[in-house]
Design a protein around this ligand. Structure first.
Ligand code: IVH
Length: 694
């Protein structure tokens, strides 16, 4: 006979077994569902070839969500439900690229392209070289790192050497796989650690939708899909990014062992097989003539695409030849961009509006009957200044040819005078106003200048522009201080100069339109952080005429402090490389102006950086040494460890090769450790890294 105790024990055992089994079943079912969903996502977002209806897809997703809600231990970071799982970004984190993200040399004619081919053939010592021609998508380049098959990090191009980490936002892009297809990895003989590169873009439809929405909300519209894509991927809130419907086209694969891939066209095939979206419009060309044919074909067909392209990229197909040719500091020698000419359209100017800029310059802007230029509706075009209006012979009511190049602002190329006779009666001349259209201040055009300026020092339009300039990305980089908010802050007298930005308080911000407590906190956080910006950024942000990014950097480096710069005489300024008499005079005038002196004192009181900090590299103890980090470290995050190594002059890269000096292995290291062992690279634990750093 069994005792009561052993009966209870048996019951517990049975129950545990049952729980275990049902959990196993749940686990299996969620995995099965995930696999199905991933496959359908890939078909829908990457291949544009869905197999099931949206409703069926939604049902699968709902079922998966329900299971994961029932038991949170079933959630995996690469589950399709986790695309918007991450926390908002707390400001911007810089990340160095393992290999620089290069740009491309441009060609604009058949002649230049043939010239490129001649150089390649000469280098290769061949009569004919094979190429791959791809569409050049007009977005923002991004690099994505996978570790052990899982998406780990996404970084924007930045300056090519260092970009911004945008991982959580990249996870919202449905055409970007969260995990790599294992069997495709094995088939391509690739390890689970790899890096892919491609272009984040926004389709024309999504672009129009976002701009329509922004217009409704009184926000400034994006000038083109490229700016919208770049702005979106850098946003702080992943849930908002998810709504933007960004897309990612992959065009490059970076792996240490490139050996299995002999040709670029194989790399494109492998990327597709791994689950990436590769633009289907590429062609293997047996020579440059075929590549040229591809360029011509797509120039005619580009309007039919649902996204913008600005040309074709032509790449040497042989990977061995690519490696042999290498790159300059700026661009690879084995690839080139063939850029299309700007697109033009004819429309009518129904009005000319005058805008007031930061320096008070008045800019005439043509208001156009909306016209589509390559999928983007254009309704304004700059006319630069009064002389330009005269040069064009433009009258209000004229039909004009407008053009939108790779750059942001569309421009008027010429007037279509032919149809004027019919329209003649309704045409009006444009005259620059003698009073500022914003503050009614006096407008003056100095001798020898093309610009007319409003001379009222307190003109709100000038103030708004100078605040936007001060807060912009390359200057004080205050994310969130955009046009609509600056309008409210200046109109509500909360900002009278740029120093007032540092006096903004939550209580006054939350009463503004579209400003909740959370946004106010974020903005104040950004403002606080901006106090840390270097002297060169502060000098650039002041908006001194003719002082751009490079001059500001030269000035900060030369004088080392705001005070020395402010008191420098004209001759001392001219001694700075690249600073001529005109720039020097403008700097002297700026610091002589009592209003500007007051502003400088206020900024000093707000603790902005007035001294040049010593360069980031503290010593050269680790100069030239290359490190790879793998696994988790106890006392540093990856980013901190990286910064410390870089401060000592070392370099941190993403993948292990024979050139790696040290692999630092934390707990739970990845395959990089195995690779380091196989290659005989020195392996350090955290304590050894510590002692190297101290
Ligand atoms: S290859 C080292 N392929 O164009 C090779 N770039 O103007 C560099 N781009 O920064 C890139 N489509 O962001 C390549 N099919 C394509 C591309 C492409 C767009 C962008 C890329 C690059 C820029 C250079």
């Amino acid at each position: 006979m069994q005792s009561a105790a052993s009966c209870a024990c048996l019951r517990r055992l049975l129950r545990n077994n049952f729980v275990k089994r049902s959990q196993q079943q749940l686990h299996k079912e969620t995995e099965r569902l995930r696999e199905q969903i991933r496959r359908h996502e890939h078909r829908y977002y990457a291949l544009d070839d869905p197999e099931i209806s949206d409703a069926e897809f939604d049902r699968l997703m709902e079922r998966l969500k329900a299971l994961e809600t029932q038991d949170a231990s079933l959630i995996r970071p690469d589950s399709p439900t986790q695309r918007v799982g991450g926390k908002p970004r707390e400001g911007v984190t810089q990340a160095a690229h393992s290999t620089p993200l290069l740009s491309l040399d441009n060609t604009y004619s058949q002649q230049e392209l043939l010239e490129f081919d001649r150089r390649v053939r000469e280098g290769a010592g061949k009569d004919r070289v094979e190429y791959v021609a791809e569409l050049k998508m007009d977005g923002m380049s991004m690099t994505v790192l996978y570790e052990r098959g899982l998406l780990r990090r996404a970084v924007t191009r930045g300056d090519g050497a260092v970009g911004e980490e945008v991982t959580e936002n990249a996870r919202t892009i449905r055409s970007l796989p969260l995990s790599l297809n294992r069997s495709a990895l094995a088939k391509a003989k690739l390890g689970p650690d790899l890096e892919v590169r491609g272009e984040v873009i926004l389709g024309s439809k999504a672009f129009e939708r976002i701009n329509a929405e922004r217009e409704r909300q009184g926000l400034a519209k994006f000038a083109n899909p490229r700016n919208a894509a770049a702005g979106s991927i850098r946003m702080l809130e992943p849930s908002v990014v998810a709504e933007r419907r960004l897309d990612f086209f992959c065009y490059g694969l970076l792996v240490d062992a490139r050996a299995p891939l002999a040709e670029h066209r194989q790399a494109l095939g492998t990327l597709s097989a791994l689950g990436f979206k590769v633009n289907p419009h590429w062609r293997h060309c047996r020579d440059i003539e075929q590549a040229l044919e591809f360029c011509r074909e797509w120039e005619a067909k580009r309007e039919s695409l649902p996204y913008e392209i600005d040309g074709v990229v032509i790449k040497v197909n042989s990977i061995a030849l690519q490696s042999e040719m290498g790159a300059t500091a700026k661009a690879p020698r084995w690839a080139v961009a063939y850029k299309y000419a700007a697109r033009q359209a004819v429309t009518r100017v129904h009005q000319i509006e005058v805008q007031v800029g930061r320096t008070g310059a008045l800019t005439p802007v043509a208001l156009l009957e909306p016209v589509s230029l390559g999928g983007v509706t254009v309704s304004r075009a700059t006319l630069h200044n009064e002389d330009e209006v005269r040069r064009l012979g433009l009258k209000i009511g004229d039909a004009v040819v407008v053009e939108r190049g790779g750059d942001v602002i569309p421009k008027v190329v010429r007037v279509e005078t032919a149809g004027r006779a019919k329209h003649g009666g309704k045409l009006r001349d444009f005259r620059m106003p003698s009073r500022c259209p914003v503050c009614e201040g006096r407008v003056v055009r100095e001798e020898g200048e093309v610009a007319s300026r409003c001379v009222n020092a307190n003109c709100p339009a000038k103030l708004k522009e100078s605040i936007l300039h001060f807060a912009s990305r390359k200057m004080m980089n205050i994310d969130g201080l955009g046009e609509a908010l600056v309008d409210q802050l200046v109109d509500g007298k909360l900002l009278r100069n740029v120093a007032d930005i540092y006096q903004l308080r939550e209580e006054s911000l939350i009463h503004l339109e579209r400003m909740g407590r959370k946004s106010a906190e974020n903005l104040l956080g950004e403002i606080e952080k901006s106090r840390e910006n270097s002297l060169e950024r502060v000098v650039f942000a002041l908006g001194i005429r003719f002082v751009g990014e490079r001059t500001a950097s030269l000035l900060a480096g030369h004088f080392g402090s705001m005070d020395k710069l402010a008191s420098a005489a004209q001759e001392e300024l001219e001694a700075v490389p690249e600073v001529g008499p005109k720039v020097a005079a403008s700097i002297c005038n700026f610091f002589r102006e009592p209003q500007n002196q007051k502003l400088i004192e206020r900024l000093r009181a707000e603790r902005l950086q007035f001294e040049q900090k010593s360069k980031a590299v503290k010593s050269a103890r680790l100069a030239g040494a290359t490190f790879v980090l793998t696994g988790e470290l106890k006392s540093y995050t990856r980013e901190e460890a990286k910064q410390k190594i870089e401060q000592e002059g070392g370099r941190v890269t993403g993948s292990v090769s024979k050139k790696t000096d040290y692999v630092v292995a934390g707990s739970d290291p990845g395959s990089k450790l195995e690779k380091a062992r196989a290659l005989g690279v020195k392996i350090l634990d955290e304590a050894q890294l510590d002692s190297l750093l101290q």
